[in-house]
Design a protein around this ligand. Structure first.
Ligand SMILES: Nc1ncnc2c1ncn2[C@@H]1O[C@H](COP(=O)(O)OP(=O)(O)OP(=O)(O)O)[C@@H](O)[C@H]1O
Ligand SMILES: [Mg+2]
Length: 218
């Protein structure tokens, strides 16, 4: 998966982009890969986490919140096994640039009808923003409560609408915010815990998607 780019995008603020991006980067770092985490959000949420005690366990973070981030990633990607891009929660040239360079796009979406509508706007932007290019994208249900009716309902609504989803979900767990207090993620604080396990499953699905994409374009 060397040189692959995973962009985390959603036009809906607070859907879990930064949480997912940082957790995946730390997970791959702990697995001995050499990930690059790009903070392309002018809010600097990822960069601010890195300023805390555990500094995301030493993950390499690059901060660039302008549309030229596309070019920087292009130059840096071959020096890293995988590049993860955290994007702003609004429609912008930065988001389009980060989508354009992506091998796969993960779209975190909360299991609620309001969030689903906004997610569909994200997908429209995905499809119309970059001419002649159709990225591999997957929605990831976030902050779900295990066994709840609403997450099952939203999952089947999305599937019926033709929006592909990862099987794994980021369940609602306080471990993310607690780890964030120390500039960490659950994989660093409680590697055997349920949140770290959720992230490992999501990372495995992302790995499989990247491998398939590479095999098809080889
Ligand atoms: N799976 C989860 N369980 C519990 N809390 C979560 C989960 N995912 C995210 N959160 C919390 O939800 C809030 C928003 O998450 P996050 O900052 O990752 O969203 P975002 O999409 O990056 O937001 P923005 O659009 O502002 O950049 C944070 O307080 C985070 O700790
Ligand atoms: Mg964010």
């Amino acid at each position: 998966m060397s040189g692959s780019v995973v962009t985390i995008a959603s036009l809906k603020g607070g859907s879990g982009k930064t949480t997912l991006a940082t957790c995946l980067a730390v997970h791959w770092h702990l697995k001995g890969l050499n990930p690059l985490l790009v903070d392309a959000d002018p809010q600097r949420s990822t960069s601010r986490l890195v300023e805390r005690d555990q500094a995301l366990g030493g993950v390499n973070v690059l901060e660039q919140a302008d549309k030229d981030v596309w070019n920087t990633i292009k130059q840096q990607r071959s020096s890293h096994s995988i590049t993860i891009v955290d994007t702003p929660g609004f429609d912008s040239d930065i988001t389009i640039a980060a989508l354009a360079i992506a091998d796969i796009v993960l779209i975190p979406v909360k299991a609620s009808p309001l969030d689903v509508d906004r997610m569909m706007d994200t997908v429209r932007t995905l499809m119309s923003g970059v001419k002649g290019w159709a990225p591999t994208f997957r929605c990831v249900l976030t902050q779900t409560v295990k066994g709840s009716v609403i997450s099952r309902h939203v999952r089947s609504e999305l599937e019926d609408g033709g929006f592909p989803l990862l099987t794994s979900e980021m369940h609602n767990r306080v471990a993310y915010a607690e780890a964030g207090l120390f500039g960490a993620t659950p994989s660093l604080i409680a590697p055997e815990g349920p949140a770290a396990r959720d992230i490992a499953h999501i990372a495995d699905e992302a790995d499989a998607l990247i491998s398939t994409k590479k095999a098809l374009s080889a």
